[in-house]
Design a protein around this ligand. Structure first.
Ligand SMILES: [Mg+2]
Length: 257
């Protein structure tokens, strides 16, 4: 029995600053029918408050506690491992999440962290490489290659971390989807089993692959992603959340024939 939804943000709920069709109605439905949910984003730039405020402006009330992001997941992990200092290539929102759990930015770190950074440069990569060669673990906020924006693609965390991976020949730890640990956090937060949840996302390589790997049902929002990926098939494909809502009873059915 389906008890909860995990919803990707960019491309599903909104695209940039524009809300997508059916998004408000979809969240209203979940609340009205007492269906548990959380949103999950791989985006590495912002604190969770940013998403809560953005969604609120769009007429969707999602409290910070229902938002899982890869920077937040990473912050929780530093706390679990007792890491107090991180060398960070990344933006303020990522640093804020780390600081909130007691991990500060340092050139003498316990861990090297790489996220999307518009001020990425030679000095930063050099520092990161030296710390990793010195034995510090390398954490990459998400494995995403590209960050799509209104004016085109930008290199995302996976691509920015790639030079450090190459230079050091060290295996990094990737956070965010499709890796299992962010989904485990979601199941804990929602208090459900994987088979009781549905993931809705617009990226096959992260949202859909990750959901299928952990045993959740996967709904693909088609027509947003421009790149193909043949590694996985979703249980359903729809154009937007309006279509999802129209088929919600079918999606939530117990038996998948
Ligand atoms: Mg997306």
């Amino acid at each position: 029995m389906i008890k909860a939804f995990m919803v990707d943000l960019d491309g599903v709920v909104y695209k940039g600053e524009v809300i997508r069709e059916g998004a408000v109605e979809f969240f209203d439905y979940l609340v009205t029918h007492n269906i548990s949910y959380c949103v999950i984003t791989n985006h590495s730039s912002f604190h969770r408050r940013y998403y809560s405020e953005k969604l609120n402006r769009m007429g969707i009330n999602v409290p910070v506690e229902r938002i899982l992001s890869s920077p937040y997941e990473m912050a929780l992990r530093t706390k679990e491992l007792g890491y107090k200092r991180a060398y960070v290539i990344g933006r303020d929102g990522l640093i804020e999440e780390l600081k909130e759990v007691g991990c500060s930015v340092s050139d003498d770190p316990d861990v090297v962290i790489v996220g999307y950074d518009e001020d990425y440069n030679f000095q930063k990569i050099t520092k990161a490489i030296r710390a990793v060669l010195d034995g510090k673990p390398l954490w990459i906020v998400n494995p995403d290659r590209l960050l799509p924006k209104e004016d085109g693609f930008y290199p995302d965390s996976g691509s920015l971390g790639a030079s450090i991976v190459y230079a050091t020949a060290v295996q990094p730890v990737y956070f965010g989807k499709p890796n299992e640990h962010i989904f485990r956090r979601a199941f804990d937060l929602l208090g459900v089993k994987p088979e009781e949840t549905v993931m809705i996302g617009d990226t096959l390589e992260t949202d859909i692959l990750g959901a299928k790997q952990v045993g959740a049902r996967a709904v693909y929002i088609s027509g947003v992603e421009k790149r193909g990926y043949n590694g996985v098939s979703p249980d359903y494909s729809f154009e937007n959340l309006k279509e999802v809502l129209r088929n919600i009873e079918k999606i939530m059915e117990v038996d998948q024939g």
